[in-house]
Design a protein around this ligand. Structure first.
Ligand SMILES: [Zn+2]
Length: 345
């Protein structure tokens, strides 16, 4: 199995994040996650790990606004330069927004702290010097996997870090800067209809947002109830797409402590929607934070359950790009990814 992975992710290593209630904690979305997955893949015997192809920015700009990409590219340097006296006084090594726009009514402010708020949905997308390069390489992994699948591979795995499914056209959030799965899906849509299936514990709000008015990409997300869990403002069952995209999005919010049987029941409904859509290819946003014991989730899905999810996706018989999303129990992460992927191997 072709596995696309870039060492550039190590440059994105923020010193802390501001967790719920304003507690400063080490970032859950850390480089060690990749080491755990790589370690497990190297033992698998079927993973062919390679760097991504440099496909330039065009596939990324097919999904994200150019001004947002320019912001991501320059934000950290601007912060270092324009943070001015305050920045120097506190010597902050990480850019976290200073202000958020009320209902996006205002224009784009000039100060970097406020511009960060304009392009960011929460406090969980800190930017450091290496963030932009890591995010671009992560997206390149997804595009490389899409190209491999378009060229005839049955499956390709993009070992993306940072993850992507919370990032919208012009905003970052929830550890995500560029929406890797959406970028792969948009690229694949050149050859036909595409379905995106998001199994991360958290609703894939960015993916939902990006394709909400698209008829050629079906997006489905199975996740924790947003009324009580992040990302809070999207992921509800009555959000089904708009305009020509009406009926092309579905959310399956599930209760806390959903275990294998209940998860697979909802999952079966999602697979039925995909079959009825008859896509040419599938992109899976593979978050492993559905696993029991994940520090950022409260589902009870087991490693075996994750393997069964993989087998049922394989049974769809679709060329499939798997993009890594969340999963924060580093001890279990490698085994979960291998359990999922071995169905394809
Ligand atoms: Zn997640």
């Amino acid at each position: 199995m072709k596995v696309y992975y870039s060492e550039a992710h190590r440059e994105h290593n923020p010193p802390f994040e501001v967790f719920e209630g304003g507690i400063q904690v080490p970032v859950f979305e850390c480089p060690e996650r990749m080491d755990r997955i790589l370690g497990a893949l190297r033992h698998s015997g079927w993973a062919d790990i390679m760097p991504p192809e440099d496909v330039g920015l065009d596939p990324i700009l097919a999904v994200h606004n150019a001004d947002y990409i320019e912001y991501l590219r320059t934000a950290f340097d601007d912060w270092q330069r324009d943070g001015g006296e305050l920045g120097a006084r506190y010597a902050s090594p990480v850019l976290i927004p200073a202000a958020f726009p009320p209902r996006r009514s205002a224009g784009k402010p000039r100060s970097i702290g406020a511009r960060a708020g304009y392009y960011t949905m929460d406090l969980s997308a800190p930017i450091v010097a290496g963030t932009y390069r890591a995010a671009v390489e992560s997206a390149q992994c997804a595009v490389s996997a899409a190209k491999a699948v378009a060229a005839g591979e049955r499956v390709a795995y993009a070992l993306c870090r940072p993850p992507g499914h919370h990032a919208g056209r012009d905003y970052c959030g929830g550890y995500c800067y560029l929406n890797n799965a959406s970028i792969a899906a948009r690229w694949l849509s050149l050859i036909g209809k595409v379905a995106v299936l998001d199994i991360d514990y958290h609703a894939g709000n960015g993916t939902q947002d990006i394709f909400y008015e698209s008829a050629d990409v079906l997006t489905i997300s199975i996740h924790a109830n947003p009324a009580t869990h992040y990302p809070s403002f999207m992921g509800y069952a009555d959000e089904i797409g708009e305009g020509i995209g009406r009926g092309r999005h579905r959310n399956f919010p599930l209760p806390s402590h959903t275990g294998d049987a209940d998860y697979l029941r909802a999952f079966g409904e999602a697979l039925e929607l995909i079959r009825n859509f008859s896509p040419r290819a599938l992109v899976v946003s593979a978050g492993m934070d559905i696993h029991v014991g994940d520090p950022l989730g409260d589902f009870d899905v087991t490693t075996e359950g994750i393997g069964e999810i993989g087998r049922r996706i394989v049974a769809l018989g679709l060329p499939t790009v798997v993009a890594q999303e969340g999963g924060y129990n580093t001890d279990a992460l490698g085994a979960n990814v291998v359990s999922f992927l071995s169905a394809f191997a």
